[in-house]
Design a protein around this ligand. Structure first.
Ligand code: UDP
Ligand code: MG
Length: 313
């Protein structure tokens, strides 16, 4: 177990690697902690892998992981979380935009009794075309999740290991780390951090990020609602079938035993009754099972949390 793991995703950042690792080393050395830096190469096609190999050869505290192809920043962070051996995990971008000099601030804030500390790039050094959609996205994330942060997109964050070890990230979910974690009980805090303009290379995201973020936000919202009370969702779908079934049943009785008792009337209403009954029963059973699955997951999580000592006193 180390005191600190520093996780950095890199995709085609060859010019930044040397300066980045130097800054990270200087900042981490000042903290007097037993640390490791995990450099995750997300399938770079430039000289990033060679650069990383050199850095790791010079200092055993720096370890590189390499993806065969570009899987995206979220997957790179997840790989870093999986490998991290620190009691605390700090993440930051590999393009020198985040400032390693903020590590101390993040750790001190974490020690005030938080599980996640998020950087807020208040004086953000990106173009207006990036900052304006970001303000809208942060507002939307706040409105949909109820967790209001100024800057969800800032990679510079610190987490207690117990929190990231439970995370299973996919798609673009690294942008919703704080809302996801605070909804599962973690205490989150935002602190203002330094931000710098990109010195080398260029941003890996274009305008298409807006759609991706919107879709993933929807997915997160659904997941959050669904995984707490799945039976409720199925109940909402099942109830209309129940009423339709009762109506069709009443119509069947009325038609076949009442007005048309003596005639050969087509069996439309009884057929609809049976169909609706099947749909209702099916949705109810699936709802009950999904509730069971989720509850079982909850129990496992609680058990794991208790076993690892990661619980509130
Ligand atoms: N990144 C990555 N995989 C990707 C895209 C980006 O690992 O598919 C890394 C990138 O190298 C950088 C960080 O994620 O270290 C943030 O990317 P970028 O600076 O392009 O995003 P921006 O700051 O423009 O939001
Ligand atoms: Mg950047």
């Amino acid at each position: 177990m180390k005191d600190l793991s520093i996780v950095i995703p890199l995709y085609n950042e060859e010019e930044s690697v040397d300066a980045l690792c130097e800054e990270v080393r200087a900042a981490a050395d000042r903290l007097n902690l037993d640390y490791e830096a995990l450099l995750v190469d997300d399938g770079s096609t430039d000289r990033t892998p060679e650069k990383l190999r050199q850095v790791c050869g010079r200092d055993p505290r720096f370890r590189a992981l390499r993806f065969r192809r570009n899987y995206g920043q979220t997957a790179a962070l997840q790989a870093g979380f999986d490998q991290a051996r620190g009691k605390v995990v700090i993440t930051l971008d590999g393009d020198l935009q985040n400032d390693p000099a903020d590590f101390g601030l993040l750790l001190r804030t974490l020690d005030e009794g938080y599980d996640v500390v998020c950087g807020w790039r208040r004086d953000r050094q990106d173009s207006l075309s990036r900052r304006v959609p970001s303000v809208a996205a942060n507002w939307l994330i706040g409105a949909l999740t109820g967790i209001r942060l100024h800057d969800n997109g800032c990679t510079l964050k610190a987490y207690r290991a117990g929190v990231v070890k439970r995370a299973r990230l996919y798609a673009e979910m690294h942008r919703f780390m704080a809302p996801m974690m605070s909804l599962s009980g973690s205490r989150c805090k935002e602190v203002v951090v330094n931000h710098r303009a990109r010195r080398f290379g260029r941003s890996k995201y274009g305008f298409s990020r807006i759609w991706k973020v919107a879709l993933d936000l929807l997915a997160v919202r659904m997941l959050l609602g669904f995984t707490t009370r799945p039976a409720k969702w199925f109940a909402v779908m099942a109830v209309p079938f129940f009423f339709a079934m009762m109506l069709a049943l009443a119509a069947s009785v009325y038609v076949h035993f009442g007005v048309a008792a003596d005639e050969k009337y087509p069996l439309v209403f009884p057929a609809v009754t049976i169909l609706c009954a099947f749909a209702f029963a099916h949705l109810t059973i699936v709802g009950v099972f999904s509730e069971l699955v989720v509850r079982m997951g909850d129990f496992k999580e609680t058990e794991a949390a208790l076993a690892s000592g990661d619980h509130l006193p």
